[in-house]
Design a protein around this ligand. Structure first.
Ligand code: ARG
Length: 463
């Protein structure tokens, strides 16, 4: 008969259909290593509480380390009869330590406090790995921003030409959200760093075990304050999932721009052969699949968060089996991000920008109209009037057949629109003049962007 953890009060074994439904080893096996670490810490407090002798705790820890090695090598794994990772590992322990000693480990703990602790341990580990991968993407962007120097591009709002900006400024605008995502995981960690071990099923343990000692051994800042909260809350998991989703959304916005920029129509950027794909029928094709997968995966990663929140909604305290459904969504997010981020960073690092084309397009579409208005304001004209006058300049350009650009207007045409429009206005009718004038902190002037790049690098290295 399979070794279940709860057979005593049942006359018959579980139906095959229940076993199929209940089994979670296909996804929770990845927690085996942290489960064994938890078990070793638990053995230590059983010993401290006088419930395991010196010999017993030594034998127990040796058997658990043997089991850890067998799990790592693949020599030990779950069978179809193992309900979950905990059941399977208890079987592995008993196979190595014997039923008498192996059967003592479970005292004073429940799978409810165990799983809540293990998920936190695993997510804390993974958050560090993912944060490193995000910083690699940020690094690739910082490298591109540095290389772009003072090269301008058409800045857009509503996807329409708006004002010229530095390419570096635009690239840095993608770096800051990524660094905030990393920062979110850092501050999340302080909330994840409390150990539910010792909460038992929901009410705590009567065996005199020290939750603080287990917490310290497992790298937590301390134990949870409330055993019911410790076993039944999953906000820490949901918050992790939110950061993952936010990150995926942030990445998807750059991905969408790469898709657009690499079209013939934009022609802003060329993808490296190593980070683009071909077509099975159209020999000429070079497709931005990395960016498209980034955009697409953002959808499922958001879905993972949404599904988890829906699982948690309305759940009464304390533990409910519904909570077993907390793991697959975050594991999926982790698995997706672990393959996506290295490819995405590689794509970014190897982009080649067509700086000439971007510079040529930067002033087109009347993107210097705001500069006319702000130049007029500096001459003392109220902005309401200045806005009208600059708008009239655009209209005058469009009345030409074909339409001309703002700097093509003659001195006479400018003077006819408004007496305030003296030839001096031409100083801002260039991309360089427009860019240089936006020199306050956070602006797109080359001087401000150079300072911003230094700041961004400092933040990135501090994370
Ligand atoms: N596998 C469960 C989970 O992931 C932990 C086991 C708790 N099961 C139980 N019947 N109390 O949440």
């Amino acid at each position: 008969a399979p070794l279940a953890l709860w057979g005593g009060r049942f006359a018959s074994g579980p139906a095959a259909a229940l076993t199929e439904l209940s089994r979670s080893t296909q996804f929770d096996w990845r927690l085996a290593d942290v489960d064994i670490s938890g078990s070793i810490a638990h053995a230590h407090v059983l010993h401290t509480a006088g419930l395991l002798s010196d010999d017993e705790v030594r034998g127990m820890v040796d058997a658990l380390e043997l089991l850890r090695a067998d799990v790592a090598s693949g020599a030990f794994g779950p069978t179809p009869d193992d309900e979950d990772v905990h059941t399977s590992l208890e079987r592995g322990l008993i196979e190595r330590a014997g039923a008498d000693l192996g059967g003592k480990l479970r005292a004073g703990r429940s799978r409810n406090d165990q799983i809540a602790t293990l998920v936190r341990m695993y997510l804390r580990r993974e958050a560090r790995v993912l944060a490193g991968l995000v910083l690699d993407v940020a690094d690739a962007l910082l490298g591109q921003a540095q290389a772009a120097g003072d090269a301008p591009m058409p800045g857009r709002t509503h996807l329409q030409h708006a004002q010229p900006v530095l390419l570096a400024h635009h690239l840095l605008a993608h770096v800051w959200p990524l660094m905030r995502d990393v920062d979110r995981w850092i501050s999340w960690d302080s909330r994840a760093a409390r150990s539910p071990y010792g909460s038992g099923a929901l009410a705590g343990s009567s065996l005199g075990l020290d939750p603080a000692a287990v917490a310290a051994e497992l790298g937590f800042d301390g134990p949870v304050e409330n055993s019911i909260d410790g076993t039944s809350s999953r906000d820490v998991v949901a918050e992790f999932a939110f950061v993952a989703a936010m990150l995926a959304v942030d990445v998807s916005r750059l991905a969408e721009e790469v898709v657009l920029w690499s079209t013939k129509e934009f022609g802003f950027v060329r993808l490296h052969d190593a980070f683009s794909t071909g077509s099975s029928i159209m020999p000429q094709k070079k497709n931005p699949d990395v960016a498209e997968l980034a955009r697409g995966k953002a959808g499922r990663i958001i879905g993972d968060l949404t599904g988890l929140l829906a699982t948690l909604k309305g759940l009464p305290l304390a533990y409910n089996r519904d909570l077993q459904e907390d793991k697959e969504p975050v594991f999926d997010q982790i698995d997706q991000l672990r393959v996506l981020l290295p490819a995405f960073g590689g794509m970014v690092a190897t982009l080649t920008f067509d700086l000439d084309r971007m510079a040529q397009l930067a002033p087109q579409g009347f993107s210097l109209a705001t500069d006319i208005a702000e130049w007029l304001v500096r001459q003392g004209v109220p902005f309401r009037v200045a806005h009208e006058v600059a708008g009239a300049c655009v209209r005058a350009c469009e009345e030409h057949e074909p339409s001309i650009e703002l700097w093509d207007l003659t001195d006479d045409e400018l003077a006819a629109i408004s007496p305030h429009l003296t030839p001096g206005v031409r100083e801002v009718l260039s991309v360089e003049g427009s860019l240089a004038s936006r020199s306050a902190t956070g602006g797109t002037a080359p001087s401000a962007v150079a300072a911003q790049l230094v700041d961004a690098r400092n933040v990135a290295t501090s994370l």
